[in-house]
Design a binder for this molecule. Structure first.
Ligand SMILES: Nc1ncnc2c1ncn2[C@@H]1O[C@H](COP(=O)(O)OP(=O)(O)OP(=O)(O)O)[C@@H](O)[C@H]1O
Ligand SMILES: [Mg+2]
Length: 259
């Protein structure tokens, strides 16, 4: 880890927007293009859009921040933007330090390669050289606890097994910033407890975590701050306990009105 004592800004998002369009029709062939042009039909028909709007976030070293909110509210989109998987439509995103993302299941893992081969590939992408990997390989495999499956193609893995390996390899690459999307949710009880311990010691040493989760007890336990997303906007941000309470109160109220 490059710095641990002085607090420094690790993630900074300013005025970030991301727009997605959904098409009810897209013209893909030349023949279809010709027919639609003759019939004066539009080539592409947009039906709806999703916009992540004015997303502002600043996370410092040693902080654990959660993104919470309903399905489709934009949490994973925000994380993917920070991870550099998506480019923002507008705004600026800065991440200082080495970034490891454990985003959804096995993103970046190749199903036809074995666990061991995928570890080599993922470690390389995260900037861990061959020598460093040789030193850490045993540690990664021991942490993941998937036994002989490490030599099998990952298409035979259960979702929990992929998540174990993804988490183990990410944490072993000496990151400064870790982005986690739902991965803790697929691990069993024992693995989740082990991950939470590992994350706690990572943060003690100055690590930064941005976590997406639907499990409020985990969020309350791990995070100081939370950001509640709703329809692509930040609805409320602040101390985790307050934001969780407001979110749960509204979810409860919605549930009652539906009953
Ligand atoms: N690559 C994409 N192309 C088009 N639309 C997308 C894409 N990725 C996400 N979206 C849309 O953006 C919206 C937000 O999705 P996102 O995955 O960020 O939600 P989420 O808050 O992570 O939800 P969940 O709790 O279900 O994981 C959804 O309406 C989704 O359909
Ligand atoms: Mg998501």
């Amino acid at each position: 880890m490059s710095s641990s004592s002085a607090r420094s800004v690790r993630i900074e998002c300013r005025g970030v927007c991301k727009r997605f369009y959904y098409y009810s029709h897209r013209t893909t062939t030349l023949r279809e293009w010709f027919i639609r042009a003759v019939m004066r039909r539009p080539l592409h028909v947009r039906s709806e859009e999703f916009i992540l709007r004015d997303f502002n976030l600043r996370v410092e070293s040693g902080e654990v921040v959660a993104l919470i909110g309903r399905n489709g509210s934009g949490k994973s989109t925000a994380l993917r933007l920070i991870a550099g998987i998506y480019a923002p439509t507008a705004g600026t995103i800065r991440v200082n330090g080495r970034l490891a993302s454990v985003i959804e299941l096995g993103v970046g893992f190749h199903p036809d390669l074995t666990g061991a081969e995928n570890v080599e590939l993922a470690a390389g992408v995260m900037g861990l050289g061959p020598r460093a990997l040789r030193e850490r390989y045993k540690e990664i495999v021991a942490f993941a606890e998937i036994g002989a499956f490490i030599e099998m193609p990952m298409k035979y893995y259960s979702s929990g097994m992929s998540a174990r390996l993804a988490f183990a390899v990410s944490m072993c690459a000496d990151p400064d910033v870790v982005l986690i999307d739902e991965v803790l949710a697929v691990g069993d009880e024992a693995f989740r407890a082990k991950c939470i311990d590992r994350l706690a010691s990572f943060v003690e040493r100055g690590g930064t975590i941005l976590l997406v989760s639907h499990e409020m007890p985990t969020v309350a336990k791990l995070c100081q701050r939370a950001v509640w997303m709703e329809n692509g906007r930040i609805r409320k941000a602040g101390p985790a306990a307050e934001v969780i309470a407001a979110y749960q109160e509204e979810s409860g109220a919605r549930q009652e009105s539906e009953d």
